[in-house]
Design a protein around this ligand. Structure first.
Ligand code: G3I
Length: 361
């Protein structure tokens, strides 16, 4: 793919300015400003940021009586300084939540009222601190299994389905102006999507604010199909909520079927066959990645309901897919390579979006 001057100087946020927000998840080094190459990419190409880990419960509220706001404060300040739409991730999840949250006092079994009180205190403290500055929150993350049944987390087994409604109410009370989202992966699977659509529709009918639904977008080179992605956008939009692709990456490495998605509880051991591009990505794979990224971005711009697309990391070096589902692989799932250089996939996205914009004009 030849890089024209126009393409190499293009900024994603500029090309997409009339369509949707575009951004990335940031890690500690980027938030601290140490990874200057990544920060420059963010400054140039993005208008929204999400923290990859630092606002998760274990990081921001590690002990019952201790909140750690130092790094989140830096993150929020970075967003304000650069004029970015700051998304908070995530208030209620089963992962990266410390065990004490689900333990009763002095060895007593956990009482639902106590868990609810902890949830309220957590949300009010964290959301309240960043009121007006964190503009949107992933309130509930990954409440369903792929087959559409409720995930049997301590949130669900202790509080039942109502934990979701409560979390959204607490967040709305803590910052009535923040947008509030439900976020999950594999919503292209019909049973899971149906469960989320049913939940969001019923919450909205009850007057509980759910402003958006995020399909995380941890996808592979071939799966899900473009038809499945489009059906997901269309169905989610029918709830009346905004639709977002919140954690986009395209994994070009081999993946056992059972590990499609983002269930971080599962792992596979490293073998050479599972790490085929450790020395670099062959041209045909670069080409397929470019086509895949161009195809999915072309779909996103086609649908008005899509209000934001966030990549889960800035460069390939940062991606969580270097550690999951096979720890220690060299992965290449994003638009910038390990040196922070734009990849053929980046140029293909720019070309596709530029073409789509001139077709609309
Ligand atoms: O902070 C410790 C560090 O002290 C330690 O030395 C190191 C050793 O492994 O681990 C560090 O913690 C890691 C943490 O990321 C911070 O880098 C954890 O092991 C690692 O498991 C954790 O992974 C994160 C994962 O969520 C955990 O659930 C990924 O970075 C993060 O990208 C990923 O993000 C999730 C979204 O929140 C929700 N959707 C799925 C997505 C991908 O799994």
């Amino acid at each position: 793919m030849r890089e024209s001057r126009a393409v190499s100087s293009a900024a994603l946020r500029e090309i997409l300015k009339d369509r949707f927000l575009v951004g990335a998840a940031l890690n500690d080094n980027q938030i601290a400003g140490k990874d200057t190459a990544a920060v420059e990419i963010v400054r140039r190409h993005f208008n929204t940021i999400t923290p990859e880990n630092i606002l998760k419960w274990e990081a921001v509220h590690p002990k019952a009586d201790r909140f750690e706001f130092c790094v989140p404060d830096q993150f929020v300040a970075l967003g304000a300084w650069q004029g970015l739409f700051v998304v908070g991730h995530t208030l209620v999840w089963h992962n990266q939540t410390p065990p004490w949250v689900f333990e009763g006092t002095s060895g007593a079994p956990l009482h639902p009222e106590l868990l609810l009180w902890r949830l309220r205190e957590h949300i009010h403290t964290v959301v309240g601190r960043y009121r007006g500055r964190v503009r949107a929150w992933d309130v509930v993350n990954e409440a369903f299994e792929d087959d559409g049944t409720w995930r049997k987390t301590p949130w669900y087994t202790t509080l039942g389905e109502e934990f979701v409604a409560k979390a959204f109410e607490f967040a709305r009370d803590a910052d009535p102006d923040a947008e509030l989202y439900y976020n999950d992966y594999n919503l292209w699977k019909p049973a899971k999507r149906k469960a989320v659509v049913r939940l969001v529709t019923s919450l909205r009918k009850r007057g509980i604010r759910v402003d958006g639904i995020g399909e995380q977008g941890h996808w592979l080179l071939e799966d899900p199909s473009l038809q499945e992605i489009e059906a997901t956008i269309v169905d989610l939009a029918k709830t009346g909520a905004k639709v977002m692709i919140t954690e986009l990456d395209i994994d070009p490495l081999p993946r056992p079927d059972a590990l499609v998605g983002a269930d971080v509880a599962k792992h596979v051991e490293l073998t050479p066959e599972l790490d085929p591009h450790a020395e670099g990505v062959p041209e045909d794979v670069q080409r397929r990645m470019a086509q895949r990224y161009a195809d999915v971005f072309s779909l996103f711009v086609k649908h008005r309901a899509v209000s934001r697309v966030t990549l889960w990391g800035v460069t390939d070096a940062d991606s969580w897919l270097n550690h999951w589902p096979v720890p220690g692989r060299t992965n290449h799932p994003l638009l910038w390579d390990r040196l922070g250089q734009p990849k053929p996939a980046f140029h293909a996205v720019v070309e596709a979006l530029t073409r789509a914009a001139s077709a609309r004009a």
